[in-house]
Write a protein that binds this ligand. Structure first.
Ligand code: MF3
Ligand code: CO
Ligand code: CO
Length: 290
């Protein structure tokens, strides 16, 4: 770590002296580290300027999901959703982050029924009454990233599907109630997994949330199965997603070999996911996009 004098300007660009800005926090982190805690490195603490940029990306990202909510209907293709997301993003000055990300061919992920995540929009895939679909939107605005997804029920869906969709949202909302600075990442995974298991569902261990903001996927890895009081300490300035994938059946999954992306439940059971990007604040959290 760069050694900064107490009276030098803080690394974060606030213009304040280090001793009046990040020094007390970083000393506390050093202390915690000595006690064996996992603490975030400086690069995971967003500066005020970065937070401003990430908020703007988040605002546009939420608008895009609202626009999808107004337009999604039986009979449209997932490619229609892709076009809506792409055109809206670009016409508002943003860039759809999925497009060309590690070779991903579309501007949004659309994951129907037993697709857990990373569904690729297609002209041939038509939404029909009874489907549940996750639409996962990530937007880049002025170089900053925000990432969120929602479930949509197409017309009347089965009671089983509706319960899964609602429980998955509830799991995230319950986890948010426990998110606070100086808590732990493991608290989030504990709440989500305990709730999901109590309903007889399973939770993906191997695909999870992530730091986000300056890049699409940053540290830390946010596991949605966890133990309270373990894993990284939550510190003001951290920005990350909470995005549990919850299966009605077994946790096992497989990847589409042809497209290299799409993840399905092994047993064909339904899967649901909601994703929020949040920032840890001085006294709790702030929703960046949802
Ligand atoms: N938006 C997804 C996430 O929540 C990542 C999608 S990667 C893509 O992390 F390439 F498939 F878009
Ligand atoms: Co996402
Ligand atoms: Co994400």
């Amino acid at each position: 770590m760069l050694k900064i004098g107490r009276n030098d300007p803080c690394w974060c660009g606030s213009g304040k002296k280090y001793k009046y800005c990040h020094q007390p926090l970083e000393e506390k982190l050093e202390q915690l580290k000595k006690q064996g805690e996992v603490v975030p490195p400086r690069k995971l603490l967003k500066t005020q300027a970065q937070l401003e940029g990430i908020r703007k990306a988040g605002k546009l990202n939420t608008e895009i999901l609202d626009m999808v909510a107004e337009n999604i209907h039986a009979g449209m293709s997932t490619e229609d959703i892709n076009r809506l997301v792409h055109d809206y993003t670009v016409s508002h000055g943003g860039i759809p982050a999925p497009l060309n990300y590690c070779g991903f061919p579309k501007s949004v992920c659309t994951s129907i029924n037993d697709v857990i995540c990373h569904g690729i929009p297609s002209e041939d895939e038509i939404l029909k009454e009874g489907d549940i679909i996750n639409v996962d939107v990530t937007t880049i605005l002025d170089g900053y990233y925000a990432d969120a997804s929602r479930m949509f029920c197409i017309g009347e869906v089965s009671a089983e599907a509706k319960a899964l969709v609602e429980a998955t949202k509830e799991a995230v909302d319950l986890a948010l109630k426990e998110v606070k600075p100086w808590g732990h990442l493991g608290d989030i995974g504990a709440v989500i997994s305990e709730y999901a298991y109590s309903k007889g569902y399973t939770v993906l261990h191997d695909i999870g949330g992530h730091g986000v903001g300056n890049d699409f996927h940053e540290d830390p890895y946010v596991c949605h199965v966890g133990v309270r009081g373990t894993d990284m300490v939550l510190v003001p300035g951290m920005v990350f997603t909470i995005e549990p994938m919850i299966n009605a059946g077994e946790e096992d999954f497989y990847q589409d070999e042809e497209n290299g992306w799409t993840i399905y439940t092994e047993d064909g059971s339904l899967s649901a996911q909601w994703e929020y990007t949040i920032a840890i604040t001085e006294d709790g959290y702030e929703i960046i996009t949802h």
